[in-house]
Design a protein around this ligand. Structure first.
Ligand SMILES: Cc1ncc(C[n+]2csc(CCOP(=O)(O)OP(=O)(O)O)c2C)c(N)n1
Length: 331
């Protein structure tokens, strides 16, 4: 089964929930824009892949999750971390490779994890998240703790054997697992029209005996609705769902990508489709929130990101003594 859900009304969310959703999306956007600037300044080591443009996906899905639940992310993981509640200052320090980072500076942008928040990790292995999520969902099912597990992955990762095997296992084991295919149209510079055999990734769900849904990834409310239905079904023992979220990423595949493979679509998306602009227009037009309330969040978030950067730059790097810590896991 595939289909496009009708857009729900924002009346269904309380003002506090709407403010929180906006705060999450604004924090992701500001975090990303700032990391883009700082990276260009040469201070940030390693590879960085930015999530800007895709905020409604992380925010819309994670709004339904709590401490019982876990997510697995991708190399483009900052947004997922923020939406699952990982501390922004610790994330910034991690990206700067500082010992105050969420992984003590040893992971960097591509490997931010915080198990205390159910964030199992950003992942440099394309298609690495879905199998992790099957494991976590299986654990939740056996423990009976009501938890669901969510794998975010890209259109490129949707073609990996690990992803397809996970979709199969999730149905066979009737797992409380959600698969969120974030289709931004490209795997590095390869258009999904060259690499994805089906018209839509969500079409593949039928082959694995689960519902498949396509949503407009620029619309927080559409993502929120689709994810809410899927997560409620999973918690109720109804098994997995594949959700395909379609949008455009605003920056290149990685910081430094010249983007010779695409043109005006980014400016168009930023101008016309942007999830933050759409959210603002909808809740202010509908009278749920005022522009002042939203501007207040903008100011608070901007200050928090500034503080995070200042603190990250001032923090120490891991020293030689840290080389042999965190190497082995004890059970
Ligand atoms: C197993 C594996 N193969 C290849 C790569 C190299 N690689 C890194 S990102 C990427 C593209 C991923 O595209 P997609 O899954 O669509 O995610 P997006 O970057 O669009 O968010 C590739 C091929 C990798 N990191 N891991």
């Amino acid at each position: 089964m595939t289909g496009t859900l009708s857009t729900p009304t924002s009346q269904e969310l309380t003002p506090d929930q709407l403010l929180q959703a906006y705060r999450v999306m604004r924090t992701i956007r500001d975090f990303e824009e700032r990391v883009h600037e700082e990276f260009a300044g040469g201070d940030i080591p390693g590879f960085v892949h930015l999530y800007a443009g895709e905020e409604a996906s992380a925010a819309g899905v994670c709004a339904h999750l709590d401490e019982r639940d876990a997510i697995a992310s991708t190399h483009r993981g900052h947004g997922h971390c923020i939406a699952k509640g990982v501390d922004v200052a610790a994330m910034m320090a991690e990206i700067y490779g500082r010992s105050t980072g969420s992984c003590r500076g040893k992971g960097g942008s591509m490997h931010i994890a915080d198990l205390s928040k159910g964030m199992l990790g950003a992942n440099g292995i394309v298609g690495g998240g879905p199998p992790l999520i099957c494991g976590r969902a299986l654990a939740s099912k056996h423990k009976g703790d009501g938890g669901v597990a969510v794998a975010f992955f890209g259109d490129g990762a949707s073609n990996q054997g690990t992803t397809l095997e996970s979709l199969n296992l999730a149905t066979v084991w009737n797992l409380p697992a959600i698969f969120v295919a974030e289709n931004n149209g490209y795997a590095e510079s390869t258009s999904s029209s060259w690499s994805v055999a089906s018209d839509d990734i969500a079409d593949r769900a039928a082959a694995f005996g689960m519902p498949g849904v396509i949503v407009d990834g620029f619309d927080f409310f559409a993502v929120h609705e689709a994810a809410g239905e899927a997560i409620a079904r999973a918690r109720d023992g109804g098994g997995p769902t594949l959700i395909e979220v379609k949008f455009t990423r605003y920056f290149g595949h990685f910081e430094g990508d010249q983007q010779l493979y695409r043109g005006a679509e980014v400016a168009d998306a930023r101008e016309r489709l942007d999830c933050l602009k759409r959210f603002r227009a909808r809740v202010t037009d509908g009278g749920q929130l005022s522009a002042d309330q939203l501007d207040g969040i903008d100011s608070e978030v901007a200050a928090a990101i500034d503080e995070a950067v200042v603190a990250a730059k001032a923090a120490p790097k891991p020293g030689p003594d840290d080389l042999l810590t965190d190497v082995y896991v004890s059970y």
